[in-house]
Design a protein around this ligand. Structure first.
Ligand SMILES: [Zn+2]
Length: 142
């Protein structure tokens, strides 16, 4: 795996757009968040507190930000509160740990079914200033 080609993003003092999906620490590092059911063990993303399978209580966990593209589409209209440059791609990515995550790519690549992608932070403009979201980035195998 070659992660050195990922664009580096300065996350220090940047808040995530959705604190159920990712965490940004004071040192600028980040984590993809999810929930693990304390009853049945199901992993989910984003963190919801309640398990969608059994209703049990979820514990906040960090998920490995790597997976495989299962589906993708092109979005031509952005959210009114998040200024994503249209058009952009959105993929359903099945993480290696199991959960399926809907993630955009603000880069020009088109997703390919079965392609391995890394999830990586990117900054977006919002009505309240820059926020961090997670995008999918193709993984180049060496
Ligand atoms: Zn459960």
């Amino acid at each position: 795996m070659n992660v050195s080609t990922l664009p580096s993003v300065e996350l220090r003092d940047i808040q995530p757009l959705d604190a159920q999906r990712m965490r940004v620490d004071a040192d600028g590092s980040w984590a993809l968040l999810g929930g693990k059911c304390e009853n049945c063990g199901k992993l989910a993303h984003p963190f919801h507190r309640g398990c969608s399978r059994c209703g049990g209580t979820e514990r906040l966990v960090e998920l490995e930000p790597i997976g495989e593209v299962r589906s993708s589409t092109t979005v031509h209209v952005t959210r009114p509160d998040v200024l994503l440059p249209v058009p952009y791609q959105v993929a359903l990515v099945q993480l290696r740990e199991g959960p399926v995550v809907s993630v955009p790519s603000l880069r020009s690549e088109v997703f390919h079914l079965g392609e391995t992608v890394l999830l990586a932070p990117v900054l977006v403009d919002t009505l309240t200033g820059p926020r961090a979201i997670v995008q999918a980035v193709p993984l180049s195998e060496d």
